[in-house]
Write a protein that binds this ligand. Structure first.
Ligand SMILES: Cc1ncc(COP(=O)(O)O)c(C=O)c1O
Length: 389
């Protein structure tokens, strides 16, 4: 996209440098409707090798921020305690680096790559006070010399400088708190702030869902490629993938599974509900990601296995099943989950195994998306429901 051309959907696509064409500048039927219809005419898509997927991603701007590939480790003591004879592997995306790890290190390689490529000098981001997203975005900005402005939704959190918030301050982010709720209300605030900075002569790169979710999703399609290679080198194939996601990470996992031709379930255990139908939104985001990659693959909502049953008692509030998962993994393998995201996702895996969903010997891969700093923001909450004295 060239200077002066404005993308109809994306108010951040006002770059003065050339970037790969934004597919959403095309007529809307190319992006929002056609992908969902594509499967009705029973299209079949080519199965790509991990190296093909990497080659497709090489067309996108990217900055190196994450420690990749992350290790894939087997959890024999955890699996033995879980029962059912399954084998459980963990993809250690809690070890991506970038200020204590997590999934946003992968995301930010593409998002901040996009920002740098557009010549932006400022990143305008927001989420909850204990956002892992904001912590790793602030860290990426520090690494790249970009100013970082965070607008953090107060929710029920303490505003004490603990956990992720402490780390935001330590890497130099400028933080403001807001009563705007996470989701459409906060998105609107970020758009307003970005417009103010733009009017003042700055070049902000702002959180804008239709742009950032597909780009971030690309990074998790690539994570699936890593997993496939790591399992193949051990002579294994996955029988199921599990990850905590209601958003970009899950869109990328679903896309990676489709593009690489995996037949196993990819279970997205949702940490939160959204005011939209999650499988439909994620299929659309995965399709936008595929377009950016120049791939013909298209998903429908039925290709996205998003399970909202583990959100209760609410987003950000620990659940008894999540706390059991957190303590079982910590005490058997010394790997820490966080109560908000990864513990609830592991609770989903455990519930499926206990329900007899998998035969003995099945290979289950749990993608650990990080989130561990939140444990230090709420150590009492993290300890609640401790199963061993
Ligand atoms: C630790 C952790 N896991 C999972 C997620 C979900 O990621 P996504 O929003 O890409 O679905 C988040 C989101 O902030 C997170 O912080």
């Amino acid at each position: 996209m060239k200077a002066g051309l404005r993308c109809g959907f994306h108010d951040i696509c006002n770059s003065s440098v050339e970037i790969p064409a934004c597919p959403l500048t095309q007529p809307s039927e190319n992006t929002w409707v056609a992908p969902l219809l594509a499967r009705d005419i029973t299209m079949s898509f080519p199965k790509l090798a991990p190296s093909d997927l990497r080659a497709a991603a090489a067309r996108l701007p990217r900055v190196p921020l994450a420690h990749l590939p992350t290790p894939l480790e087997e959890l024999p003591r955890f699996a033995a305690r879980l029962g059912g004879g399954v084998r459980v592997f963990v993809k250690r995306d809690d070890c991506t680096g970038l200020l204590l790890g997590g999934n946003k290190a992968r995301h930010n390689e593409f998002l901040l790559g996009d920002a740098v490529n557009q010549g932006c000098d400022l990143v305008v981001w927001g989420a909850g006070v204990q956002s892992n997203n904001c912590r790793q975005t602030a860290a990426g900005c520090a690494r790249l010399g970009l100013e970082c402005r965070l607008y953090l939704s107060k929710g029920h959190y303490s505003l004490e400088a603990q956990g992720n918030l402490l780390l935001d301050y330590l890497v130099g982010a400028k933080v403001e708190f807001t009563d705007a709720a996470i989701g459409p209300e906060l998105d609107a605030l970020l758009a307003t702030k970005a417009a103010e900075f733009r009017a003042a002569g700055r070049k902000p790169y702002a959180w804008h869902r239709p742009r950032v979710i597909p780009l971030a999703a690309v990074s998790y399609a690539l994570c699936i490629a890593e997993i496939v290679e790591q399992l193949t080198s051990r002579g294994l194939k996955p029988d199921a993938l599990y990850v905590s996601s209601s958003g970009a990470t899950g869109a990328g996992v679903a896309l990676g599974k489709a593009v690489l031709g995996l037949e196993c379930p990819a279970r997205l255990i949702c940490p939160m509900h959204w005011p939209w139908h999650i499988p439909t939104a994620l299929a659309r985001d995965a399709n936008d990601a595929a377009e950016r990659l120049g791939l013909s693959h298209r998903l429908t909502a039925t290709d996205v296995d998003a399970d909202e049953a583990f959100v209760a008692p609410g987003y950000g509030i620990p659940s008894p099943a999540g706390q059991e998962a957190l303590h079982l993994l910590a005490t058997t393998e010394a790997i820490l989950l966080d109560p908000v995201y990864s513990a609830k996702a592991m609770a989903g895996l455990m519930a499926d195994v206990r329900a007899g969903r998998y035969a003995p010997g099945a290979v289950l891969v749990f993608i650990h998306t990080g989130g561990v700093p939140a444990v230090f923001a709420d150590p009492v909450g993290a300890l609640s429901g401790r199963s061993s004295a």
